[in-house]
Write a protein that binds this ligand. Structure first.
Ligand SMILES: [Zn+2]
Ligand SMILES: [Zn+2]
Length: 283
């Protein structure tokens, strides 16, 4: 945790504009890590078939909905995050107040809703019904179940080989990647699952979203003075993924690095490219 704090201080110095959101990130991350130490997660029992399919056909091991949650811990984390949100900025504060009212008076069952956090559309429907900011509401729900999801992924880690899957979607849960990471001296490329946090290896020249491997239509750009952060563009599907080059910065939290370079997403959008999995912190 000390490392996270140090890196955040470094980033804040470099980009003072990000101060508020980086402070918010640190508080949320610390609250999530605290929950992790006492989680109670049911064991995930894989069907023999899903193991076989995963090995032979490249299907994911389980579906998003199959992750077991520690509901009590998620509810308590939701409350903590609402509290943190109240102090973060006026928009969050207003939303948290609205959410509190909706939960108190409209009889929304938070436990049920947290389970629905696994299926985004259902949470969005509730947000619509109560006039809540969808992004903020979904962020709070998903951040509250994240420790459970990551604990579930840890259970399954040994069931797949991260080096041989080479697909554009997560071999554990089937979700799309949120980031791409370059590691080791040779620059092995990994994708980071947007849902469960698993990392798996892919080819260096490869668009995870459309499978394009043609080097003529794959290119990238850096921000000025930002060798470690780049945007990988695909001209075939006009989508992009952000890449963090861990050969150029010390091992840090990839989600934090993503958050601290939202200006690169703005540049990519201006160039006409889309990010299939938006940065959830851009709220
Ligand atoms: Zn996953
Ligand atoms: Zn593509």
């Amino acid at each position: 945790m000390e490392d996270l704090g140090d890196r955040i201080q470094q980033l804040k110095k470099k980009r003072p504009d990000y101060g508020e959101i980086l402070d918010f990130y640190q508080k949320v991350k610390e609250a999530q890590d605290k929950v992790k130490t006492s989680l109670k997660i049911a064991p995930i029992i894989l069907k023999k078939k899903s193991k076989e399919f995963s090995a032979k056909e490249g299907f994911s091991l389980i579906q998003k909905e199959d992750f077991p949650l520690d509901t009590e811990a998620s509810v308590s984390l939701f409350e903590t995050l609402c509290h943190i949100g109240k102090e973060a900025n006026p928009h969050m504060a207003e939303q948290v107040a609205k959410i509190g009212k909706a939960l108190d008076h409209a009889g929304i069952d938070l436990k049920k809703l947290l389970k629905k956090g696994l299926a985004e559309q259902r949470v969005e429907r509730v947000a619509d019904e109560f006039g809540l900011d969808k992004k903020v509401f979904l962020f709070l729900i998903q951040s509250s179940i994240k420790p459970s999801i990551e604990a579930g992924m840890e259970q399954l880690r040994t069931e797949v080989d991260p080096e041989t899957c080479l697909k554009g979607y997560c071999p554990v849960c089937g979700s799309l990647p949120s980031l791409s990471l370059l590691k080791e001296d040779v620059g092995k490329r990994y994708l980071l699952c947007s849902f469960c946090g698993y990392q798996w290896r892919v080819d260096r020249l490869f668009c995870p979203f459309c499978g394009n491997k043609d080097q003529e239509s794959l290119h990238y750009f850096h921000g000025e003075g930002e060798e470690a952060h780049r945007i990988d563009l695909c001209d075939k599907c006009h989508q992009y993924i952000k890449t963090i080059d861990f050969r150029k910065i010390e091992q840090s939290d990839p989600v934090l690095e993503d958050l601290a370079t939202l200006h690169l997403d703005i540049l990519a959008t201006q160039k006409g490219y889309k990010r299939p999995v938006p940065n959830p912190w851009a709220i």
